[in-house]
Ligand binder design. Sequence first.
Ligand code: LMR
Length: 342
Amino acid sequence: MKKHIFSASLLMSVLALAACGSDEAASGGESGDGVQEMTIKFSHVVAENTPKHQGALAMKEYIETESDGAIEVEIYPNSSLFGDQDEYQNLASNNVQFIAPDLTKFVGNNPQFNVPALPFMFETDEQAIEFWDGEKGQEILGSLEGDGVLGLSMWPNGGKHITNNERPIDSPDDFQGLKFRTQGGQVLEEIYSAMGAGSESIPFGELYTALDQGVVEGQENTFSNIESKKFDEVQEYMTIMNHTRVDYAVFTNTEFWESMNDATKEIVQAGLDEGTAVAREEAITLNEEALELIRERGLVEIVELTPEQIEEFRTALEPIYDEFEEQIGADVYEAAREAAGQ
Ligand code: LMR
């Protein structure tokens, strides 16, 4: 009996939330220019001084200005509205209209989202952008259609680097016996297991505490995420690796997207393009500045690998490509290698 009451009330609140989300996204009225009056929510998990938040801000400014205030864009950073665990479901229910998760967080829906985790595939943002803007990348971004979710535009963050609080890491053997937090997914898991380490997927919003409390000894992330979330306060060593990447795409709810009339969609699409340009431009600078700040704070000992040491990691992780070829696809590998100039 109790269980039924709980399920009924849970269902009521989910329905109420969903209804409230769609009501807010399109509130009914129109401005003199035929632009629909609405409030759009953009939710993400990172801090404000990051490429993702800067892109979202540029999008907000453009849309609000060009619509003369008919469209309001609310940005929720730092998992303040939804976190890694619930942002996707809430996008599918139209409780939020835009999210921009790290693409590896979608590997449960489609293993091809493992591309940013392929070891040493892309050296630069430019190469990653070329892949995701290309035919295969677009196909993968479009693969969530069945959930009512539309992948719109890739936003880069950058290469990931290793931090830990046990020892300086400069060879695959140094990983032995340590446990690392990952964004999730089979490839990242395999990277650690190939080097004798364990891994655990933990939501970004819980990572600082997990590192502080020793749930895991280390993690991998971009300089901008490490600096803005102050992971260096709870880590002792950082190895500059650039072995995997954090890349995002902006996703929207298909029903919301299609509910916009032409005048409204034109502004929102142009706002998204503006956000994409800013996120792509800012990513490199923000990561460079973050590395400088981490150096200045001096809380982690920084290991910079020689080309020979990087080669050692490359060799240790090379078998991962064969292991995942069937799941990810030889065609995806080929397109990624082409974008990477390999
Ligand atoms: C992480 O979970 O470490 C990052 O992917 C978070 C983000 O959105 O950059």
